[in-house]
Design a protein around this ligand. Structure first.
Ligand code: PMP
Length: 447
């Protein structure tokens, strides 16, 4: 039964039992209406209330400033790999278009540019084409399998030549993702203040689920810079927080976009959450028109991933899975109630404590266990290690023994092997204690 098992899978992942019990009732008969949550319209008053409650709980937990929008979408984290690119590149083009139009209008009127007003549109286009060819860059910090995938999707949408891989942590680690190289080694596209063109976005994955690598803090190099503001060249920082969403404090104001699939810390697979700076939406700024983007050879977002459309429709442009939003809302409300004023800081303490218990046990037996990532960037959420140097029979024995004790979901990702223990919010202290005990018992028997 559920009480006899602890599940450490990487996602989908455990949900609080109380939420699932309430969900099973809500599925059959929501609020005593004789009809279940999956059967009601996403446009009903109930659905709107569910959406508003989920947004409000998230806003409270992460202390999201008022100048940020919260969107709920489908398509998973992978869908957002694409949406990030189409949106922020679309804005990059629009900003350049507005500037070119302004400059060239003046230059034509002053006679500094040959031709007449009628030539303006083509002149603007020619300048944009040149700027896209020479200056459009997207910076990616590749520290694991998911940021790698995101960078590959960006290359597919706008062309490999536009992608600047500012770091690839495999390079200094025999092809393995194990570290986050020091910032002095990052080769970010130079911003205007440094004499460069600036990048359309800087992307990183805050927690790499497959490789167990997590950014210990917000990178200093990406901190907001006053001079960038004067130049209207702020670094637009994008973070994939799919696997460490609502597990620690985040200064949202430093990010242009934060996104994450729900199926790890927040809920079940089916909804993706995007937290987006409102100044990156109309009426402040538009994405360049689809016609212009097409002419420039840049991908246009399918409408279901078009953030302005989703924002304008309060995430209800098309049918949103309201049941999934309800689950996420319940999970977040539960955290708000549990931690009160401490907000997500309360969850952060618990997560850190659980992770510490696991890592310190692994470190106690260096002859048996080897943690994969470097100490400086060990994930609190996905604890990746090898048993007996990665000997296949020993790792199989480890997993078999764990299963006998009801400790499930410990197999590492198929691309890297080994063991992965996911320590998401709903993994209980009791579950972690049992795993700690097993780690010690196995190590002693293997010694
Ligand atoms: N980013 C991260 C960090 C992930 O862990 C995952 C999925 N495990 C994804 C993106 C992709 O998410 P999805 O499967 O929802 O597209």
């Amino acid at each position: 039964s559920r009480d006899e098992v602890h599940y450490f899978g990487a996602g989908p992942a455990p949900l609080p039992t109380a939420v699932l019990e309430a969900a099973s009732k809500a599925l059959l008969n929501y609020k005593d209406q004789g009809i279940g949550l999956c059967e009601i319209s996403h446009r009903s008053a109930d659905a709107n209330e569910i959406l508003a409650d989920a947004k409000s709980a998230l806003k409270t937990l992460l202390e999201i400033p008022d100048d940020y929008e919260i969107l709920f979408l489908q398509g998973g984290g992978s869908g957002e790999f694409s949406a990030v690119v189409t949106h922020l590149v679309g804005i990059w083009v629009e900003k350049r278009r507005l500037r070119a139009q302004e400059d060239l209008t003046v230059a034509l009127a002053d006679g500094k540019e040959p031709g007449s007003k009628d030539d303006l549109a083509e002149k603007v286009f020619a300048r944009l084409q040149k700027e896209v060819a020479e200056e459009l860059k997207l910076d990616y910090l590749v520290t694991g399998s998911w940021s790698l995938k995101a960078s590959q999707e960006a290359a597919r949408l706008v062309g490999q030549d536009k992608i600047n891989v500012a770091i690839d942590s495999r390079k200094s680690n025999e092809g393995k993702f194990r570290t986050i190289p020091p910032e002095s080694e990052w080769s970010l596209t130079k911003r205007k203040r440094e004499g460069g063109p600036g990048s359309a976005l800087v992307y990183f994955c805050d927690n790499e689920t497959v490789d167990g690598v997590e950014f210990p803090r917000f990178p200093t190099l990406l901190e907001p810079h006053q001079e960038d503001e004067v130049d209207n060249d702020q670094t637009l920082v994008v973070a994939d927080m799919s696997s460490n969403f609502i597990s620690r404090k985040v200064d949202v104001s430093k990010y242009a976009v934060i996104f994450g699939g729900a199926q790890k810390n927040v809920g079940n697979a089916g909804v993706t959450i995007v937290i987006l700076r409102k100044s990156l939406l109309p009426p402040t700024i538009n994405v360049a028109s689809p016609d212009l983007l097409r002419r420039l050879g840049i991908a246009v977002a399918p409408v279901v991933f078009d953030w302005p459309t989703i924002a304008k429709n309060n995430s209800l442009y098309n049918t949103l899975p309201i049941f999934d939003v309800w689950i996420a809302g319940q999970v977040m409300k539960h955290l708000v109630e549990s931690f009160g004023e401490r907000r997500i800081g309360g969850q952060e303490e618990v997560s850190t404590q659980k992770a510490h218990a696991l890592y310190s046990t692994l470190d106690d037996y260096p002859d048996v266990y080897g943690v994969v990532p470097d100490k400086s960037c060990r994930s609190r959420m996905n604890i990746c290690f090898r048993v007996c140097g990665g000997k296949a029979d020993k790792e199989k024995e480890f997993i078999g023994g764990a299963e006998k004790r009801g400790l499930l979901g410990l197999k590492g990702h198929r691309s890297v092997g080994g063991i992965r223990c996911s320590n998401y919010n709903a993994v209980t202290q009791d579950g972690v204690q049992k795993l700690v005990q097993y780690l010690s018992d196995f190590a002693r028997s293997a010694a």
